[in-house]
Write a new protein. Structure first.
Length: 216
């Protein structure tokens, strides 16, 4: 596949040109943005088992990381402050390193079965305060740190994207077996996956065991 190049004649480079392509924002779209977590936002967060965190490094590199836990795992410390436990992962620490360089973050809270979402923007810090971490233990394991976010904006996001994608509709679910396992994909991309099917099945089984040991 040849490298794709964007035609500069069709590239938008300024906000005025961009906005000329769309109708003006409605007053409701502007005024729905809150500077704190009202009762609706708090209720949404308490119901959510999943949030995506968008971060950006000082050099401009961006990253989005998924975080999931039992329902209500993100703690609401007050109307302006959230705390997200940092669970064991692959130790790349992309989001955490980015936060050290640039504290501005964007959050997208998702509730299974809900088509609408909650967007929260703010400034993050990494904390090891036992008073915060103590309430985040699962199976007797306490996170090493929490991401604490001072909220600057919070607003509900409409259902169009989820309805277009049919994300929660079982009739549109795809069979995971139509693609190779995660282990095989990563091995193919790096050192090479074994050609022996039984050896590959054992690697996949070992990953499932590791998941159970290292979730928390």
């Amino acid at each position: 596949m040849p490298d794709f190049k964007v035609d500069p004649d069709f590239t938008i480079t300024d906000e005025q040109t961009l906005r000329s392509l769309f109708p003006a924002q409605t007053a409701l779209a502007i005024h729905k943005c809150q500077s704190l977590l009202d009762s609706y936002a708090q209720d949404f967060i308490r119901r959510s088992p999943f949030v995506c965190i968008g971060t950006q490094h000082a050099d401009g590199r961006a990253d989005v990381s998924p975080r999931g836990d039992p329902v209500g795992f993100v703690e609401i410390l007050d109307q302006h402050t959230l705390a997200i436990p940092d669970r064991p992962g692959n130790n790349r620490l992309d989001s955490l390193v980015n936060i050290l360089a640039n504290p501005n973050v964007g959050l997208l809270f998702i509730i299974p079965g809900f088509d609408d979402t909650l967007r929260v923007n703010g400034q993050a810090s990494l904390v090891t305060d036992p008073a915060i971490l103590g309430g985040m233990s699962v199976n007797g394991r306490q996170p090493k740190l929490a991401i604490v976010i001072k909220v600057s904006e919070a607003f509900m996001h409409c259902a169009k994207a989820f309805r277009r994608s049919h994300l929660w509709d079982p009739e549109h679910f795809q069979d995971r077996r139509d693609m190779p396992s995660l282990s095989k994909i990563i091995l193919d991309q790096t050192t090479g996956a074994p050609s022996d099917a039984e050896a590959m099945r054992q690697i996949d089984a070992d990953l499932e065991v590791e998941y159970k040991k290292s979730m928390y």
